[in-house]
Design a protein around this ligand. Structure first.
Ligand code: SAM
Length: 226
């Protein structure tokens, strides 16, 4: 699931808690402060990150929109590496949100170190999917691993996630979602009323086990339609 050593990973219920993520990003912030070349784990790897951006950018072009004009959300930004990669690909109006302050602080530092300081168009915001302050304001949302983490919390349901995210996005907005804990069919079922499945990115990164082929992660696009 991540670059973390699976033998020392905490159990799933703990991986779904705010305390877990706060301690992860506190540690990564401390490391990053002393070594600016180490922002921490890139969840699902750098290729997944660049695949997501390419996929999202191509869809925007299909929708007749350009990267400079859209309002972007990096949902559950973690260490901010995806946010930085979006800025480097000429996305301008970006909010990087997370529900732990240590992630917000780390994302801000990682982007500043990459030459992008917080500004009118680049915001780092503490926000919880379950009680979000955002209302119908994003044209494109990137989620790399956040739905996976959200669903590890025992009382969380897929509907809580899709309802929260839908409320943040404009009608016609696109969600680019990368997951490694859920199959394509499962995820499609999560996105019911108000959503339309658009496409699946073919990452080409597959594994074989017992004669069956599978992907290490999937990248899907959904449109908010109502
Ligand atoms: C697997 S990490 C992925 C981080 C980042 N997207 C990346 O690719 O490196 C999951 C992230 O989701 C955040 N998260 C989990 N539940 C959340 C919630 N309810 N609201 C906002 N962020 C949440 C965690 O704090 C963590 O940063």
């Amino acid at each position: 699931m991540s670059d973390e050593d699976s033998t020392s990973s905490p159990p799933p219920s703990q991986l779904g808690t705010q305390n877990h993520w706060d301690s992860v990003y506190r540690r990564e912030l401390t490391n990053f402060t002393s070594n600016k070349s180490d922002p921490g784990d890139i969840w699902y790897g750098e290729k997944a990150q660049s695949d997501m951006i390419r996929f999202g950018t191509d869809l925007l072009l299909d929708f007749g929109k350009s990267v400079e004009d859209v309002n972007v959300l990096d949902l559950g930004a973690g260490n901010g590496c995806l946010t930085l990669a979006l800025l480097e690909e000429d996305y301008v109006n970006i909010v990087a949100s997370d529900y732990v302050q240590s992630s917000v602080d780390l994302s801000k530092s990682v982007c500043a170190n990459g030459g992008f300081e917080e500004s009118e168009t680049l915001k780092f915001v503490l926000d919880d999917i379950n009680s979000t302050q955002f209302t119908s304001q994003f044209d494109i949302t990137f989620d790399k691993g956040t739905m996976d983490a959200f669903l590890l919390y025992p009382s969380h349901t897929p509907q809580m996630y899709t309802t929260g995210v839908k409320g943040m996005m404009n009608i016609g907005g696109v969600l680019i979602l990368a997951s490694c804990n859920n199959t394509v069919d499962e995820i499609k079922k999560y996105f019911g009323e108000g959503w339309k499945f658009i496409d699946e990115f073919n990452s080409g990164s597959t594994f074989s086990f017992g004669g069956v082929k599978g992907s290490t992660h999937v990248i899907l696009a959904f449109e908010r339609i109502s």
